[in-house]
Design a binder for this molecule. Structure first.
Ligand code: CO
Length: 135
């Protein structure tokens, strides 16, 4: 079902500092900050040869990553995003196997403007997993 690793998202309390660490210490190519109010985060994309790292910082009063940063005050790996060829088929297969999809359970437009859904960490060894429509 899953194909390429699309990105790893790292939640950070200080986006400027995190961007500087990736750019100036690790020598990676980084994007400008993108405010994504509909997702409650500001994101910087770190472009690696084979994948991306998304540095995400809370935006607004009720960010979905607030509670994560309360538990992980210095930041941490928030989720892994895998590409799938057909997100609706993936959804049907996973729900029929009793796996829990977060939110409404329906795919919606994610930060990269592709359809995504999130799978509950309890079913996946404690990792929050995002599935993203490949094309
Ligand atoms: Co993501």
């Amino acid at each position: 079902m899953i194909g390429k690793l699309n990105h790893i998202a790292v939640a950070v309390p200080d986006l400027e500092e995190a961007t500087s660490i990736y750019r100036d210490v690790l020598g990676a190519k980084v994007s400008k900050p993108h405010e994504l109010p509909e997702h409650g985060v500001t994101a910087v994309f770190v472009h690696l040869e084979n994948t991306k790292i998304e540095l995400i910082q809370p935006l607004g009063d009720q960010s979905p990553i607030d509670s994560f940063l309360k538990r992980n005050t210095k930041g941490g790996i928030h989720h892994l995003c895998y590409e799938v060829e057909d997100i609706f088929a993936a959804k049907d297969q996973l729900t029929s196997q009793g796996r829990t999809i977060l939110g409404t359970g329906e795919p919606y437009l994610g930060a990269n403007n592709k359809l995504v859904l999130f799978l509950h960490p309890k079913n996946f060894m404690g990792s929050l997993i995002e599935l993203e429509q490949a094309n």
